[in-house]
Each structure stands twice: as structure tokens, then as C-alpha cells.
Design a protein around this ligand. Structure first.
Ligand code: GDP
Ligand code: MG
Length: 264
């Protein structure tokens, strides 16, 4: 049924879900799973692809940056490498983003979710002017939530886990939007360790202490910062491949959308 219960009846606008995460964390595969889940549970979804360099998408995008900007042409024309090409393509697209917002506004009554895929390299979206413009355009018009996809099997060491969480933390403070941590690939490795570390920073510090590549005083200070960060977000375990955790994910999105409605 409808996640979040009756409150969805009062909301006129779709919820925007911006999917970000490190390259290879599984954003595109996860988005494909979200599209599939939307179909089977009768959510009305709309899909936007903001990755100009993706070769093939497993889903049909309703709006695709590749229809407007030719990434290879941009590289040639401005004499850029791959990352410069992606960034410049995103900049060009951002200048027309009011049109994208208008298209969604016109369909708002028929949509529950707008799913947004972002370029492979995370900083191209999260640390660029155009990424900020696009995020702001969404967030000033619709309830907007950031879904931060974590590669769970690759975050099982305390050091990589902390780096990944600090990155997520920086995104929370930069966007000031509700954030959902999607611990992906739970078909390969369960995310229980992450939940334990997030609930109990002493457990995390004990794990980190066994890793001598890390300064223990720095780890202690940072884990206190992160403790505060963890209180401000929701986390779920998912698998883009098996489909595990989709109900939990959409529940977290609904709760985050309500948080948005109360605060923004
Ligand atoms: P992106 O760069 O973040 O868009 O990541 P992709 O969606 O392209 O996925 C990167 C790799 O991770 C691919 O080989 C996917 O098949 C794999 N992958 C994504 N999600 C999962 C998952 O839930 N479980 C497993 N086992 N592999 C996954
Ligand atoms: Mg991708």
C-alpha cells in the first residue's frame, strides 16, 4: 500500500529523491530497482538522468540530460577530459533547469516520486555550482530528499566507513536536506556492523583502535561529530540486485519528506 499512511493524501507534490553516492556504490542499479518497485507497488514515478556520460541505462528516463547535451561533443569543443566534460555538460544543462521544474510542475498531480540519478563521480554533482543550482531548484519547489548510497561491502573497515560517513555528513550540511543512508549490496554483506557503529560510538572506536593506520585521537573526535550527524538521518539496508529493503527505503523517504514539510 501507500507508505507513510494517510499523510500522502494531503501532499500535492511529488517527492524528489536525489540519488548520490561514490562511483560504483550502485546508484544506477538502485535507481532501476526503485523504478521497478514503483511499478509493482503503483507509485507513480518519474525518472531524471543527470549523468551525461552513461552509455546505457537499465531504465527508461523521462528526462535525460543526454537528449540535450552531447557529452563527447562538449569534450571536443572545449578540449576537456572526461570529468571536465561531465561537469561542463552538467553546467550547460543547469542553465535550462527551470524548464525541467516546469515539466514536473505540470505533471505534479500525477506523480508520487521523481527519481534523480547523478553522475558516477560524486563530487561532480555534490561540489559543483550546477549541482547546487539543480538541488536548490528542486528543493525550493518540491519536498526533496537526498538518498546517499553506500557500498556496504566496501565500507566494512572502520577507516573507509568513517570516510564515507564524513562525506555523507558534508552533503547533509551542504544541502540542508533530509538524508537517507541506503546501505546497498546487503545481498553481499549485511549492514548490521554499520548500525552498531552508528548507535554506539564506543563500539566504533574499539573497532577503529584495532586499525593502526588511524590516529586514535582524530578518530575519537570525528566519531563524536558523526554521532551528532547520525541523529539527523535515517538509515536502511537495501540491495539493488535482490530488491531487499525497498519498503523500508520508501518508509524512510516518506518520513524524510514529512521532515522537509515541517522544516523547509
Ligand atoms: P554507480 O556508479 O553508483 O551508478 O553504480 P552502478 O549502478 O553502475 O553499479 C556498480 C556495480 O555494483 C555494478 O557492477 C553493479 O552490478 C553492482 N551493484 C549495484 N548494486 C548492487 C547490489 O545491491 N548488490 C550487488 N551484489 N551488486 C550491486
Ligand atoms: Mg551510475
Amino acid at each position: 500500500g501507500q507508505p507513510g499512511g494517510s499523510s500522502t493524501n494531503f501532499r500535492k507534490k511529488p517527492v524528489i529523491i536525489i540519488v548520490v553516492g561514490m562511483a560504483g556504490s550502485g546508484k544506477t542499479t538502485f535507481l532501476n530497482r526503485l523504478v521497478y518497485h514503483s511499478h509493482v507497488s503503483n507509485h507513480r514515478g518519474y525518472v531524471i538522468n543527470l549523468d551525461p556520460a552513461v552509455m546505457t541505462l537499465p531504465f527508461g528516463a523521462n528526462i535525460d540530460i543526454r537528449d540535450t547535451v552531447r557529452y563527447k561533443e562538449v569534450m571536443k569543443q572545449f578540449n576537456l577530459g572526461p570529468n571536465g566534460g561531465i561537469l561542463t555538460s552538467l553546467n550547460l544543462f543547469a542553465t535550462k533547469f527551470d524548464e525541467v521544474i516546469s515539466v514536473i510542475e505540470r505533471r505534479a498531480d500525477q506523480l508520487d516520486y521523481v527519481l534523480v540519478d547523478t553522475p558516477g563521480q560524486i563530487e561532480i554533482f555534490t561540489w559543483s555550482a550546477s549541482g547546487a543550482i539543480i538541488t536548490e531548484a528542486f528543493a525550493s519547489t518540491f519536498p526533496t530528499v537526498v538518498a546517499y548510497v553506500v557500498d556496504t561491502p566496501r565500507s566494512s573497515s572502520p577507516v573507509t566507513f568513517m570516510s564515507n560517513m564524513l562525506y555523507a555528513c558534508s552533503i547533509l550540511y551542504k544541502t540542508r536536506l533530509p538524508l537517507v543512508l541506503a546501505f546497498n549490496k546487503v545481498d553481499v554483506a549485511q549492514h548490521q556492523f554499520a548500525l552498531e557503529w552508528m548507535e554506539d560510538f564506543e563500539a566504533f572506536q574499539a573497532a577503529a583502535a584495532s586499525d593502526d593506520s588511524y590516529s586514535s585521537t582524530l578518530t575519537q573526535s570525528l566519531s563524536l561529530v558523526l554521532d551528532e550527524f547520525y541523529k539527523n538521518l535515517r538509515s536502511v539496508g537495501v540491495s539493488a540486485v535482490s530488491g531487499a529493503g525497498m519498503e523500508d527505503f520508501f518508509e524512510a523517504i516518506e518520513a524524510s519528506a514529512e521532515e522537509y514539510m515541517e522544516n523547509y
